[in-house]
Design a protein around this ligand. Sequence first.
Ligand code: NAP
Length: 260
Amino acid sequence: MLLKGKKGLIFGVANEHSLAWHIAKQVHAQGAEVILSVASERFLRKVGPLAERLGAPTPIICDVADDDAIAKAFAEIGQTMPKVDFLVHAIATAKREDLQGRFVDTSRDGFALAHDVSTYSFLALCRAAEPLLQKGASLLTLTYLGAIRAVPSYNVMGVAKASLESSVRYLANDFGPLGIRVNAISAGPVKTLSASVVKGFKDKVDIQQVAAPLRRNVTGEDVGKSGLFLLSDMASGVTGEILYVDCGYNIMADFITREV
Ligand code: NAP
């Protein structure tokens, strides 16, 4: 059991397809106790039964765009889980109209929203969790290739992910002296609620299937298992890292899609 006796917080389970849920299942199978968090009361109906499957308490409600909500959530968490060994941030949002068309047309408030919810919230959660974090703790977020390449339609989310990846390095530097690690998984496309909002999502899946070295799409289970690795002591020397879990797609030059 890689995480026997470990306790952690998982933000961003919307349903059984969520990458956060796949990570939650893996860490639970390795002995961890978890608390899940949802954005609003509306999602409790769906996520409550998932939490029960892990023997976890009723999920905490926390809109990560709201500092008061974060403070309230951590006051509640502190009562049931005063010591935390890991935190997973699997949260992103942008206006639907900003995930199609041209990046240059992104509105000021659309740009701010994507960065606030998808990037700033990671810092905010890490800071709120700090008093509870144990030496050896591991903090993890989720990113995508659109951070370093121009992926059509991903647009403002790619720019927010670039900021998130940079934040991982600065947070790793902040938390390293405390013995706390900070990393990200850059996942290939997996069909989830958020992913399906990006225009042309199916094309990305189809291309990866033929162009990735492993000649298949990544699965939620692949992401969950790599999450387990980074959250466990197996990754004790890894921090500030962006781990690609995409069947190798990121290493390829794009002409390969025309060769297969
Ligand atoms: P998902 O199941 O839709 O999860 C996204 C989560 O973000 C939902 O639980 C959503 O909660 C939450 N969220 C949005 N706004 C929030 C807010 N203000 N406060 C609290 N929670 C909020 O989609 P997913 O694909 O698993 O996404 C998880 C992470 O993986 C994201 O960072 C995403 O960018 C990243 N990622 C996904 C893929 C992919 O292909 N799926 C690839 C690479 C990276 P509600 O539903 O309750 O609003």
